[in-house]
Design a protein around this ligand. Structure first.
Ligand code: SAM
Length: 283
């Protein structure tokens, strides 16, 4: 919510995040949600949906590099990638940095998010016009029900498990995603804040463990996200896939990244005890 020159997100646990705003660039209601884009003083351009922070210029790289390069360097030869959500374009931008990737399907429920990101956040949306990227403006829940072609990597870059994003956190959706995953395929999903909403984290991992033989958690710190410390779920069918890191391809590509590297790939899976309990359902 904006009041005067401050945008404030209420974290609903007696904590709020406020960012000083220089200018409101967009404020509209789409068929699915309230969409606002602000130019802030310290965090650059800020996209919010239903008054919740989605991404900012200053810290988006942490989230987008972790949700893409971890699965893409853990897969031997990632060619076909499915992105569910991701309307700002940051995830697609990172995915197409991998030359092995030949085909990306991106399923975003809200076309306005893509259009507004193209207009106001080109540093995120620049690759949404890449010929490898195929955009579908529909509900991801329906897409995975009907799709039949397998993917090497599925990335769920969704909003929270409320509103349009709710259906992206249930067992039926995960089961349909499992059917679309190749035998050595990997699914990753943003899995919420371990400090701010541990219940959502616990429920998400519990449902994923019902469906996927292998479920691991990894972490990253995104300053403008509630509680900062954010969890991601890494899911696959074969344990050895979860151990693999393509060092040769990593060295050969020499991608110019700001957060992700070989050490981070290993370290992000090192979990503090309270997160281990949360993600392994031992609380
Ligand atoms: N990084 C952000 C986060 O963690 O909160 C998410 C960024 S991205 C903008 C989330 C996208 O998911 C939004 O553009 C939203 O419209 C889209 N989305 C929400 N529910 C969806 C659904 N059921 N199917 C497809 N896209 C959906």
């Amino acid at each position: 919510m904006i009041s005067g020159i401050w945008y404030t997100e209420d974290h609903k646990d007696g904590v709020t995040l406020s960012l000083k705003v220089k200018e409101t660039l967009v404020s509209k209601r789409t068929p699915f949600q309230k969409l606002d884009i602000y130019e802030t003083e310290k965090y650059g351009t800020l996209l919010t949906l239903d008054d919740l922070v989605m991404t900012t210029t200053k810290d988006e790289f942490v989230y987008h590099e972790l949700i893409t390069h971890v699965p893409l360097f853990a897969h031997k030869q990632p060619e076909r990638v499915l992105i569910i959500g991701g309307g700002d374009g940051g995830t697609a931008r990172e995915v197409v940095k991998h030359p092995t990737v030949t085909h990306v399907d991106m399923v975003e429920i809200d076309q306005d998010v893509v259009e507004m990101s193209k207009q106001y956040m080109p540093f995120l949306s620049e690759d949404l016009t890449n010929p490898k990227v195929h955009l579908f403006f529909q509900d991801g829940v329906e897409f995975v029900k009907k799709a039949s072609t397998a993917y090497d990597v599925i990335i769920i870059d969704s909003t929270d498990p409320i509103g349009p994003g709710e259906g992206l956190f249930n067992s039926e959706f995960y089961t349909n995603c499992l059917k679309l995953l190749s035998d050595d395929g990997i699914l990753v999903a943003q899995a919420e804040s371990v400090f701010n909403c541990p219940d959502w984290v616990w429920q998400t991992f519990a449902k994923l463990r019902e469906v996927f033989p292998v479920v691991k958690a990894y972490l990253g710190t995104i300053p403008t996200y509630p509680g900062g410390l954010w969890s991601f779920a890494f899911c696959c069918k074969q344990p050895e896939v979860a151990q693999f890191f393509d060092e040769a391809r990593y060295e050969k590509l020499q991608l110019d990244l700001r957060y992700y590297n070989q050490a981070i790939h290993r370290a992000c899976f090192a979990l503090p005890n309270f997160v281990q309990k949360l993600c392994q359902g031992r609380i």
